[in-house]
Design a binder for this molecule. Structure first.
Ligand code: PGA
Length: 243
């Protein structure tokens, strides 16, 4: 696992966007694994800028997102489908029909999870998987636990730490769903290349545990130590405990 330390969040975004650009240049019909949250926003902004300057073409790109809240439809401003549309897809020439976000709607979200894994298996493999990281070391919404990694797309009960971190996006904190659907660790590890971004001091412990700790479901991101092509790009604050 390679760790690249940049000065600040803006530089992390620029470095990550360059990796996206090189992936799309090398394979115009590549499959991107995309992430939501505040961390990837500078990356998406830079990708939009490159597109507007005529340097990037998303017309053949396909994408699969990591996760979605259970119970929120794609037009809910806090849903991750809405986030992807407004932060990236609406501003580039990607065909929305080629973009996939797991669905947390319907009577049987577990069935949606099984369906998502079938789509992932059929797509031919994610070329570049983008990840953020939770303060508790989660990737996607794969929350820490004592004894096992969850491999398949699954329905997750969000931890207090995650609910606390994300409640700010909801008008009323109590409106935040208690559950999410998330690609499992198996789907993430199956990607050909993984790029985890982390910015800010609140991620310093999680980055320490990911890079220097044991491979353990207590810090789900630590499994990336075993991925053959994983990179972490973080800013100086998130890297503070690596020194
Ligand atoms: P953040 O979320 O980018 O908003 O900090 C990251 C995550 O929880 O995976």
């Amino acid at each position: 696992m390679q760790v690249i330390i940049c000065k600040n969040a803006q530089d992390v975004g620029e470095a990550a966007a360059m990796i996206f650009a090189s992936t799309i240049y090398a394979k115009p019909d590549c499959i991107l694994g995309l992430a939501t949250g505040s961390t990837p926003i500078p990356t998406y902004q830079k990708m939009i800028e490159l597109y507007k300057r005529g340097l990037l073409d998303f017309s053949k790109v396909r994408s699969y997102n990591l996760d979605e809240y259970v119970g929120l439809s794609g037009d809910h401003p806090c849903s991750y489908r809405y986030f992807m549309n407004t932060e990236l897809f609406d501003h580039v020439n990607i065909d929305k029909a080629n973009t996939h976000v797991p669905s947390g709607l319907g009577a049987d979200p577990e069935a949606n999870a099984r369906e998502y894994d079938k789509m992932l298996a059929a797509c031919g493999g994610i070329d570049l998987q983008l990840l953020g990281i939770g303060r508790n070391g989660h990737i996607g919404f794969n929350e820490p636990n004592d004894d096992h990694f969850v491999y398949n797309t699954n329905i997750i009960t969000l931890t207090e730490s995650t609910r606390e971190a994300n409640a700010k996006y909801f008008d009323k904190p109590e409106d935040m769903p208690a559950k999410a659907i998330s690609m499992g660790v198996g789907g993430i590890m199956a990607a050909k290349r993984v790029l985890l971004l982390a910015t800010g001091s609140s991620k310093a412990q999680a980055i320490h545990d990911t890079v220097l700790g044991p491979v353990s479901p207590k810090c789900p991101a630590s499994i990336l130590q075993t991925h053959p092509n994983a990179q972490i790009i973080c800013d100086e604050e998130a890297a503070a405990l690596l020194k």
